[in-house]
Design a protein around this ligand. Structure first.
Ligand SMILES: [Fe+2]
Length: 227
């Protein structure tokens, strides 16, 4: 069986909620987040949802919870960017009311809300359900590799950060105190690999992490005028 067939079979056998609900929800989220310039828009949600399904295929978990959590985990991200509120807490609250409106069963809503609440990198809360672990892993994987590099510089431009500051040293990660995009790599991106919850994500992270190291090595050599 091809991997496409096995993904379809897995989704068909494991999804309890109707596919129409997901299509409607995805289109609603796409309209809200759009193609943003901060690296957190619909395209991030689309990639994280697919990564989460890929991880779930190997690691298990409740597929409805995993997909709903992936779709809704950053629904309040624009409020964090604009107003500085905790987007994980706020997204969890919004997810709760949206899913109630869609008549999603309470047991699913409860697990989705928990997964969203603990997904944030800066919160440092270790997730204790497989669904929350998968969401956190998928979200962190999207900050690694070529996509992670592209997102970091997109976000840096959005925040009007310089590419790098000569002599700058990394500090404790705080998204609101970032000084340059380059320090973002040392304060957050290079630390992601060791925080993966699942073996499947760990393997993808190793590969993406190596790519980031190759990129940084080349960047620093070019910056120093050595190549
Ligand atoms: Fe995210």
């Amino acid at each position: 069986m091809s991997s496409f067939d096995s993904i379809l079979k897995y989704i068909k056998e494991n999804l309890r909620l109707p596919i129409e609900l997901y299509l409607k929800l995805a289109s609603y989220i796409r309209d809200i987040l759009g193609f943003d310039t901060a690296g957190h828009g619909w395209l991030h949600i689309d990639r994280v949802s697919r990564l989460a399904i890929k991880i779930a295929l190997k690691e298990g978990g409740d597929l409805d919870v995993i997909i709903l959590a992936a779709l809704l985990h950053d629904i309040a991200i624009l409020r964090e960017i604009d107003e500085g509120i905790d987007h994980a807490e706020e997204s969890a609250k919004i997810a709760y009311s949206i899913l109630r409106n869609y008549n999603v069963p309470d047991d699913i809503i409860e697990k989705v809300v928990y997964s969203i609440r603990v997904h944030r990198f800066g919160a440092g809360i270790p997730p204790n359900t497989i669904e929350a672990k998968i969401l956190q892993d998928a979200d962190r994987l999207d900050a690694l590799g070529a996509v992670g590099i592209a997102r970091a510089f997109t976000y840096g431009g959005f925040r009007k950060l310089p590419m790098y500051i000569p002599g700058e040293k990394p500090e404790v990660y705080d998204p609101f105190k970032l000084k340059s995009t380059l320090t973002h790599f040392y304060e957050k991106i290079l630390r992601l690999k060791d925080g993966m919850n699942t073996e499947t994500a760990r393997q993808i992270a190793e590969d993406r992490h190596r790519f980031v190291l190759v990129f940084l090595d080349r960047l620093l050599h070019e910056v120093e005028g050595e190549v």
